[in-house]
Design a protein around this ligand. Sequence first.
Ligand code: 0WD
Ligand code: CA
Length: 408
Amino acid sequence: MAGRPHFQSTPWTNGTPQVSSHGQRQQAPALSLPISSARIRGPAMRQPREVTSFSYDNNRSLHFDDSSLSYFYLLQDDVTASGGIDLSAGYNVFKKRDDTIDEHLDGLLLSLVDLEKNTRKKTTGDIITWRGIVTKLLCLPYSRNDGFELNAVWFDRQLFIEEDLPYKLATQRLPDQRSELMSYWGYKFEQIATIPRQWNECSRQEVESRGQKPVSNVAQYCSVVKTGLGDVRMVIAGEVDCVWDYKPDPKDNVDNDPKLFDNPLDHYVELKTNRVIQSDRDASTFENKLFKVWAQSFLLGVPKAIIGFRTEQGYLQTFEEFETQKIPGIVKKSKYSNPYTTWDGVDALAFLAACLQWLKTTIPRAEENVVWKIRYLPRSDYLTASKTDQQSFLHPGFVKWRGEPPMK
Ligand code: 0WD
Ligand code: CA
């Protein structure tokens, strides 16, 4: 599959008339990417590689270490014996992060400053962003109902992309009580399925009382990964829920020999909850969700997802492991897959490759510090790019660091 990307003949840009899916000619907006046809088939993939990691503590302070990394610990017997673990427990004392605070790319950029101070090397890559943003782009061909806006800026010959939080806040559906509770179940599951250090380093008390403390989504552990698709190299950071067993210490690790290298990414696990599957409809909904789990985990090189299945009332009944690389096949083969929304991982990646290439080549790289807006309007077929007069959103500490002579 790897090798020279094949460019689809459909041009992407500059008001070129596009043939819509109905065969009618439509005028594309300026600087736009047609989502239904933009593809680079069989793009070369780079194996994701962790370059650093960082943690937010329970007060949302940043630490350039693995202090908020969790370890998976959940026994099926414990789940079964309890007759179902109540995931609503402690909802009234949930410590929820204020998601109206705009953090831009701050955690990621400051972790790069820390890394680069230590290595004395600039972190290479064309695009630097959060994993969640790339997940949105990867899923876009199959996920057309929600609009979004991104801000993008070239700086120091790299393209930085963030989500526009004011747009997100202004357009997101106000969560009703039930969806607030359901999202709490996800965090509660993370809490009861993990411990703060390896099992043999935790006291029995810490292990057994892990479900008693208030749930918080303030602390997070993030991995920063170099990866790439087609001609575009990326540095992406994403939250990692836990490790399966342990995280290899880079100091003890051999990374110049692939046979001896204990890759930290191989140990990571994504946690999710889903309702227990009782009907074809449940199965079809679950398979759509699995595809998003695949997209999210695949981008960061997370090999495993563990899904906690809960009842309609939020009682955890069981959990199951899914290997990330097997998910597209599972969804494709399943007789439950909804014929109207057949996901295709290969096609989604072909779109992402075209999309990244479009971003890299459309936003003028000579115009450093000019903020561009990337827009997707709900149900439209285009991603558009336009120039703004907004101020750059890059953290001043990062800008200052990159401006210092030793980095050049
Ligand atoms: O442009 C920005 N300012 C963005 C910042 C866009 C996307 C994410 N972020 C932030 C997140 O708050 C987080 O600190 O980046 C960091 C890493 O995020 P990510 O891994 O790129 O985000 P994503 O892949 O969308 O989500 C992963 C997890 C979620 O878990 P589930 O199981 O639902 O995928 O990150 C958490 C959430 O647990 N998360 C959040 N938690 C609280 N508030 C938020 C949020 N706004 N967004 C993601
Ligand atoms: Ca999760």
